[in-house]
Design a protein around this ligand. Sequence first.
Ligand code: PLP
Length: 398
Amino acid sequence: MPRLAGRHFLQIPGPTNVPDRVLRAIDMPTMDHRGPGFAPLGKAVLEGMKRVFQTRSEVIIYPASGTGAWEAALANTLSPGDTVLMYETGHFATLWQKMALKLGLKPEFIAGDWRTGADPQAIESRLREDGAMAIKAVCVVHNETSTGVVSRIAEVRKAMDGAKHPALLMVDTISSLASLDYRHDEWGVDVTVGGSQKGLMLPPGLSFNAVSAKALAASKTAQLPRSFWDWSEMIAANRDGYFPYTPATNLLYGLREALTMLLDEEGLENVFARHQRHGEATRRAVRAWGLEVLARNPAEYSGSLTAVLMPAGHDADRLRRIILETFDMSLGTGLSKLAGKVFRIGHLGDFNDLTLMGTLAGCEMGLQLAGVPAQQAGVQAAMDFLASSHASPARAAA
Ligand SMILES: *Cc1c(COP(=O)(O)O)cnc(C)c1O
């Protein structure tokens, strides 16, 4: 392969582009994680992550990908044979359900169409039928990365309260944390699962649990075996800014830098508004191409990625290959039953108007090169929207 000049466009919905500042922060000598210099770092990232989750309760940081934090959420709170109610929003919800099976839980899976979010009413009626309170947890993916559909977590909480059911609420925010508004405490979530390589603008390798007092209480009696994932040893060591085993020290340097950028310099409100605006611009481009956004319900559109349906007879992976080979841009593939049928545009992380325009221009040129019937009008539609919405309210207020 000849050298490709310029930066690769990594526009998959995670891992996302890592800002140079974060790379520079990671590129420092590894320190003694038991020495006196470490505790301020440990305390700073734990405090910062509480602000990201919008919680006052415990946050756990694992040296693991997001999948590890899924396992931690289940293993710390549940016992073998426990029933958990899960919702089939797409590929990631399905993987979490498979994990629950492997761990010896009994997942009940409410079927979904992979184009809409978790239905709070369906959850409420299932919980109302559960007079014996056999269901120990309700598990929902906030931003389903395979479809670009956001589930309304505050409404799921209301549904659980409406049914007066004591199950724990667990939410996967791996592709929404620090890109879409998410409120662990206000929405009454018991365990929130997060990862480093999406909205947090870090390389893969860190994952998180935010843990309510009720989830902590459940962990005291939960019987699933756990060792690496055990919250109690983590929380005890974290109190002084340390970890029970070696943390991913250099990624924590990067996390400290990313938190400064997100919380102190840009502000979470502005981060959320930026992602919403780029989601809207992307959907306008898709419609101007004459193509269809996979997400059906406007109240569930994702600000962090858009899945685009291909016209019948055209393969999304062929389009993605042409775009990669011609313009050096990676787009997300269609996962499991969406393979070949959709491509996914990631617009989350370290991303601005011009990165979006480069991304959409690559898609529009690629559609033309691949011979996909589409209007050459999406870039213009997105530019018109971005230019007219530049002084967004969040920006003016900053
Ligand atoms: C990326 C992702 C995962 C998987 O995380 P890994 O870091 O690959 O283990 C799980 N759930 C969602 C919603 C994701 O976007």
